[in-house]
Design a binder for this molecule. Structure first.
Ligand SMILES: Cc1ncc(COP(=O)(O)O)c(C=O)c1O
Length: 373
């Protein structure tokens, strides 16, 4: 083992001793309560067929051959961007290779030195990393606490950006977006909303929480990821056409990377068409309702959520891990979210609901959860 490998091994051993070593698994359990494929699009044969037919029509190349600014752009990509922007009632959109890329590209480039970014303390790592790459000042406000947000806005000057998620990925709870938008307007701050987990669940035909609350005009930029309810891969930043032009010029995770191959873009377009035409967003909401009804008796252990992400909070890593193991042994793919990913004492099971989880599966899962507690 080289000196450097020794340093790495020591850190891995430390993690293992704390019971926190991350490992890739391939459990393949029968009941999926773990993936972000909320509407079943990732496994939809109909969507697969639609994509294949369109790919054949376009005789796509295997790869884009370069970045969007070199050989990787196509008319189809730009049409798809506008189609998605229209769907979400935004002026413009720019596709990135992933939600991670979109968030770091947006936040590292738009807020400038001297500006201030004020973000909810529970935002996703991709937003945090984008903020870290920015030269702007940074502040956090307490989770979903609009008083704290307002205080932070009162005590800062200059150009402010407020960064939130519609649905928080580790809690499943929604942001008080109406109030946040109102405060942003009052203090002339730019609101950025990550809609990763609300697309497909909230709003007309799954347009997201921003649309459901009629806030399209109040938002400076929103990010929609395609790897959750849309079942595909990639993301789009929605906003004004000036924002789009700016990102094409200054967003490094857009500029310095090979564009997604055309078949990916076709998959995105077909997934959106399916979302626009299907009633799967209604079905997922029925599943969420059923789960919430059934889970009532152990209500004190859950954080309330009307999204597809549900949690059962334990107070330590050991019992959370044991609970996840018990469920996995019974065929339920449920993952434990441990500290330090979440604060100590708030370790939890994260349960994702899907259109393809039968009512019986959900009932059975809840029975197990009641027995564990
Ligand atoms: C809130 C949120 N934003 C962004 C991302 C990143 O999206 P992607 O998986 O497309 O990189 C995720 C993914 O886990 C997420 O939960």
């Amino acid at each position: 083992m080289s000196k450097q490998e020794n340093i790495l091994q020591q850190q891995l051993t430390e993690r293992e001793e704390k019971g926190l070593l991350r490992k890739l698994t391939n459990l393949n359990l029968p009941f999926d309560f773990c993936s972000n494929d909320y509407l079943g699009f990732a496994r939809s044969e109909e969507l697969q067929k639609n994509i294949e037919q369109e790919v054949k029509k376009h005789k796509t190349k295997n790869g884009a051959g370069g970045s969007r600014l070199l050989s990787g752009n196509t008319a189809y990509t730009e049409e798809t961007e506008q189609f998605i922007a229209d769907f979400h009632q935004a002026e413009s959109g720019l596709i990135f290779n992933s939600g991670y890329d979109a968030n770091i590209g947006l936040l590292s480039s738009v807020p400038q030195r001297g500006d201030t970014i004020i973000s909810d303390e529970l935002i996703h790592a991709s937003l945090i990393d984008g903020i870290r790459l920015s030269h702007a000042n940074r502040l956090k406000f307490k989770h979903n606490n609009t008083d704290d947000l307002e205080n932070k806005l009162k005590t800062t000057l200059g150009n402010r950006f407020v960064v939130v998620e519609s649905v928080y990925s580790m809690n499943g709870d929604t942001a008080p977006l109406v109030e946040i938008a109102k405060i942003c307007k009052q203090y002339n701050a730019n609101l950025i909303v990550d809609e990763a987990h609300s697309t497909g669940i909230f709003g007309r035909q799954g347009r997201g929480l921003v649309q459901q609350l009629n806030l399209e005009k109040e938002v400076f930029a929103s990010v929609v990821t395609f790897g959750k309810a849309l079942g595909i891969h990639g993301a789009i930043v929605l906003g004004s056409s000036i924002l789009r032009d700016y990102l094409i010029n200054f967003s490094r995770s857009f500029i310095y990377t090979t564009a997604a191959p055309l078949h990916n873009i076709i998959a995105v377009k077909k997934a959106y068409l399916m979302l626009a035409q299907s009633d799967k967003h209604l079905l997922i909401n029925k599943k969420i309702e059923l789960y919430n009804q059934l889970i009532q008796p152990i209500k004190q252990c859950i954080t309330p959520s009307d999204s597809a992400i549900q949690t059962i909070v334990f107070n330590n890593n050991k019992s959370t891990k044991a609970a996840a193991q018990h469920l996995q042994q019974n065929g339920f793919d449920v993952k434990a979210i441990l500290s330090p990913t979440v604060p100590e004492g708030a370790e939890r099971l994260r349960i994702c609901l899907h259109t393809y989880n039968s009512d019986e599966e959900i009932k059975e899962l809840v029975n197990h959860l009641k027995n564990i507690h």
